[in-house]
Design a protein around this ligand. Structure first.
Ligand SMILES: [Zn+2]
Ligand SMILES: [Zn+2]
Length: 66
């Protein structure tokens, strides 16, 4: 099982499972690349683009006045 990761920045094929390119240190998408905003109220992971929790409608981004 070889899961070589090809760096999208420099094209280097990384043989290890490192979280970033061994050559240019560009992070791979393997770990927490998914941008989520966790609702402070119900802990529901929301899409980063959302302003309010899709579950309980709690505001996700501080400093937003409505
Ligand atoms: Zn690279
Ligand atoms: Zn919520």
């Amino acid at each position: 099982m070889s899961k070589n990761q090809v760096c999208k920045n420099c094209g280097t094929e990384n043989v290890s499972q490192s979280a970033w390119c061994e050559k240019c240190l560009t992070p791979f998408n393997t770990y927490q690349e998914e941008k989520t905003l966790q609702c402070p109220n119900c802990m529901h992971p929301n899409d980063y683009n959302l302003d309010h929790c899709e579950f309980c409608h709690e505001p996700l981004k501080p400093g937003q006045s409505e």
